[in-house]
Design a protein around this ligand. Structure first.
Ligand code: ATP
Ligand code: MG
Length: 431
């Protein structure tokens, strides 16, 4: 369902986005031609009004799922419980068509216990924020040259969009109590669209910030991932602190400084932004497990965040004074670019020096990451038995290669021989 889906519209329409709109208009046309009400709904309307090009379009209609299935050749019921059908009319991913509904109570604070089909007014009222509760009839006469259709606004969303305000639909306290994830959605939309949060909505968010602990870490993590992946990440994090949500997420407020996070390049990805934020919060020696648990990071995400922090720490510390082998080994790590971005965010002269040094290392005769001259097979062919010393020898010989102390197989073998001969007897590798 789109309620967990896209990352929002972009400035330029891609072929996929144009195709998605064309397919969605076709769905609306078929539904309307059969006498149903059918409108674009939610995020796609908001994005178009902001001049962005949505990647996916949701259609809302008074047709029931079984009626929708009769009208189109290819349909799939993805959320029968919520009255959601995916309609495929063309090569695009399919258009999500949802029957207008009002939500029942929210005993698990996540999903309504039941839904009841209703009209477009009730459907607008179940949505979280006024700017997300707009509809658009793409086939009606255009409201203005910049809007391709007629906007249907039951909640004052147009005015709020013009005023750049995130305002809960209805009573903010009640709407947040139903689903506290909406507090994080408010932050994400405010940051992404450069909006303020309406003071009453903001007050309710802060007052009930502690309730966020009732929301699953998967959902919290997903929202945070989306916030941190966007260029507006520093504003989002600032809002999390101001609204007291940061404390609810991590059990402790932030340090206040977002120097590194706000200095990051726009293109930084989630692990890089997460690492920058962690360094801002607690320096280089903090415990990253806390973040894995609070945001449900995958092992891969956690390991790369961890590695980025460690590499950035080394770059700020004594990387230039370390051996060539150490410098090269660090520079080829997959997280090195992100770590360098974290350094550049606060110290671009240092980042420039690092880049220059890496270029020098790359241009050295042995290069940055040469194929190892010595392998385990070579050692075995020399008559050595695999054992704990094996790995050490391979690593030491590779260091010598990285540093240009050896440059051919003969040199590698003779160094290995020397190293193995000096190993303690019984070390596992011998002739
Ligand atoms: P994005 O560009 O991030 O996808 P979106 O507004 O499209 O933004 P979705 O999560 O795709 O967000 O949800 C689609 C629509 O469903 C929203 O615009 C909103 O009207 C409604 N919605 C989504 N999540 C909630 C929620 N937790 N509570 C109430 N309404 C919601
Ligand atoms: Mg969406």
């Amino acid at each position: 369902m789109s309620e967990t889906g896209s990352t929002g519209g972009s400035d330029n329409p891609t072929t996929d986005a144009l195709r998605a709109r064309r397919d969605a208009v076709e769905v609306v046309r078929v539904l309307q031609a059969s006498g149903y009400k059918a409108l674009f709904a939610g995020g796609c309307v908001r994005d178009e009004l902001l001049g962005l090009h949505p990647k996916d379009f949701d259609v809302a209609t008074d047709a029931r799922p079984k009626d929708i299935a009769k009208l189109f050749r290819s349909t799939a019921h993805v959320g029968a419980h919520f009255g959601v059908v995916i309609v495929r009319t063309g090569p695009s991913e399919g258009v999500e068509v949802a029957t207008f509904r009002k939500d029942g109570s929210y005993s698990d604070k996540r999903r309504p216990d039941s839904v009841e089909f209703a009209d477009d007014i009730a459907d607008a009222n179940r949505r979280d924020f006024t700017i997300n509760a707009l509809f658009l009839d793409p086939l009606a006469a255009e409201d203005s040259p910049s809007i391709h259709g007629h906007v249907v606004d039951h909640v004052g969303g147009m005015r709020d969009l013009e005023d750049k305000l995130i305002r809960a639909v209805g009573n903010p306290e009640d709407r947040l109590a139903e689903d506290h994830l909406r507090a994080l959605r408010a932050v994400r939309f405010a940051a992404r669209f450069d909006c303020q949060i309406d003071p009453v909505t903001a007050g309710a968010i802060t007052e009930h910030a502690g309730d966020l602990t009732g929301v699953s870490v998967e959902r919290v993590g997903q929202e945070l991932r989306r916030m941190l992946s966007h260029t507006s990440r520093a504003r989002a994090v600032e809002l999390l602190a101001v609204l007291d949500l940061e404390r609810a997420i991590f059990g402790a407020p932030g340090s206040g400084s977002l120097l590194r996070l706000s200095g990051l390049d726009a293109s930084a990805d989630f692990p890089c932004a997460m690492a920058a934020w962690i360094i801002d919060r607690q320096g280089f020696d903090g415990e990253t497990r806390l973040y894995r648990e609070a945001l449900c990071l995958s092992n891969t995400e956690h390991d790369s965040v961890d590695a980025i922090i460690r590499i950035a720490r080394d770059l700020h510390a004594d990387w230039f004074d370390r051996s060539v082998a150490f410098q090269k080994r660090l520079a080829v790590k997959s997280e090195f670019g992100s770590a360098l971005a974290c350094v550049a965010a606060v110290d671009s002269p240092l980042a420039d020096l690092v880049s220059t040094r890496v270029a020098e290392l790359r241009a050295s005769p042995s290069g940055l990451e040469p194929q190892p001259l010595l392998t385990g097979e070579v050692l075995i062919s020399m008559g050595f038995r695999p054992g704990p010393a094996f790995k050490e020898v391979l690593s030491e010989v590779y260091d010598a290669q990285l540093e240009g102390r050896i440059s051919d197989l003969e040199g590698a073998k003779s160094l290995a021989q020397k190293l193995l001969n000096t190993q303690e007897p019984g070390g596992g590798s011998g002739v």
